[in-house]
Write a protein that binds this ligand. Structure first.
Ligand SMILES: Nc1ncnc2c1ncn2[C@@H]1O[C@H](COP(=O)(O)OP(=O)(O)O)[C@@H](O)[C@H]1O
Ligand SMILES: N[C@@H](CCOP(=O)(O)O)C(=O)O
Length: 356
């Protein structure tokens, strides 16, 4: 018998900090700020068909589209549904989004929206997708695995994209506009018959250890920098010297952050980078000054400091002295006329779906 009352569930996805210095497009850390969706699905016999209603509170409320065909989360959900021959949202769907993750700051807001979307699609279609398959769908949209993997599975995570054969590479490289069309089909059009299906098993990951006493100070400049813009400034090629510099540090960092007590001497140096931060400093006034003048010797308790994701947020990992790290960073940024906000965050578990 079909359910006669509405079904409600919630989806909670954490913020993430990607790269952690040398791990560009490789490592991510899930942090205690959340995107939460409260979803109400009307009983199936309700007539006539009505489009989803989206409401949004918190970060991004003044800029996020509330049209289900334009909103990133619902577009991703619709992509997952279409790939399973479900061509529209259920009638009378209501979604309330409460968002604590600031947009365009390098704390994985888009990765969280994408993961919320794949979980929403899976839940609405009652598809019971595995973690691996959810990741495949997310990777068709956000094509670097660091944020989405950490947002989905939680913790301190390393990931790589599988080398695909020619056919699968083509399938995974279709333009984003084909994966996520922005408009509904015109009346009578057969939209959604052949969405590009993700190849199986695109992303592979492992969770590293994390020493519980390590907290994350997020120093958040009050301006947005889109990840797309911050990727455009990166070179196509790197010298062997710079590549080896990063590989040496990343190999040490992935174990060093799991050791208790953590070793600031080892970690501070292991969080340095030559692959993305040097190129992004032109977009983030104060970045080199903050990362070079806040050190374990000037700030006891500090372990390491780096750009969070594509920036402009700076991530300081520390066991104590959080306020002095953040306030000294504030003073340096102020000299460059950049205002900041800071938050002390914990490393948390991954995304969850709960039935009401
Ligand atoms: N909760 C959300 N719902 C809808 N769209 C979102 C949400 N969070 C982020 N976005 C989209 O992602 C954009 C920010 O993505 P991006 O430039 O990758 O920055 P970051 O992921 O570092 O915050 C926002 O401007 C918005 O378009
Ligand atoms: N590896 C990516 C990470 C982008 O993270 P975001 O939080 O800024 O979206 C990059 O550095 O471009």
């Amino acid at each position: 018998m079909p359910p006669s009352s509405s079904r409600q569930f919630s989806i909670r996805v954490p913020a993430t900090s990607a790269n952690i210095g040398p791990g560009f497009d490789v490592v991510g850390l899930s942090l205690s700020l959340y995107l939460t969706l409260i979803v109400t699905v009307a009983p199936p016999d309700e007539q006539p068909y009505t489009l989803p209603t989206i409401t949004h509170s918190g970060e991004g409320a003044d800029e996020v589209p509330l049209d289900a065909y334009k909103n990133l989360t619902t577009r991703v959900a619709l992509y997952v549904l279409r790939c399973h021959n479900i061509r529209s949202f259920p009638s009378g769907l209501k979604i309330h989004c409460n968002n604590e993750i600031p947009f365009g700051r390098g704390l994985g807001s888009s990765g969280a929206a994408v993961i919320a979307g794949v979980l929403l699609g899976s839940e609405l279609g009652q598809l019971s997708l595995s973690t691996e398959r959810l990741l495949d769908f997310a990777l068709m949209v956000e094509r670097h695995p660091d944020n989405v993997t950490a947002a989905l599975v939680g913790g301190f995570v390393g990931s790589y994209l599988k080398e695909l054969d020619r056919e699968a590479t083509e399938a995974a490289s279709v333009p984003l506009s084909e994966v996520l069309p922005e408009y509904p089909p015109d009346a009578g059009e057969e939209w959604g018959l052949h969405p590009p299906q993700p190849p199986l098993g695109i992303g592979h990951y492992i969770r590293f250890g994390w020493a519980e006493e390590i907290k994350a100070v997020a120093i958040i400049p009050q301006f947005e920098l889109s990840t797309a813009k911050a990727r455009q400034v990166l070179p196509e090629q790197y010298s062997r010297k710079d590549l080896v510099f990063n590989l040496q540090r990343l190999a040490v960092l992935t174990t060093a952050l799991g050791q208790s007590p953590p070793d600031p001497g080892l970690i501070y140096e292991a969080m340095k980078d030559r692959v993305h931060q040097p190129y992004r400093k032109a977009l983030i006034p104060g970045l080199p000054e903050v990362t070079s003048s806040i050190t374990p010797s000037t700030h006891p308790g500090l372990l390491g400091i780096c750009l969070s994701g594509a920036g402009p947020t700076i991530l300081a990992l520390a066991t104590s002295g959080f306020e002095s790290i953040a306030e000294d960073a504030r003073a340096i940024f102020k000299e460059k006329s950049v205002e900041i906000e800071w938050k002390l965050l914990e490393v948390v578990g991954g995304s969850s779906v709960s039935q009401a």
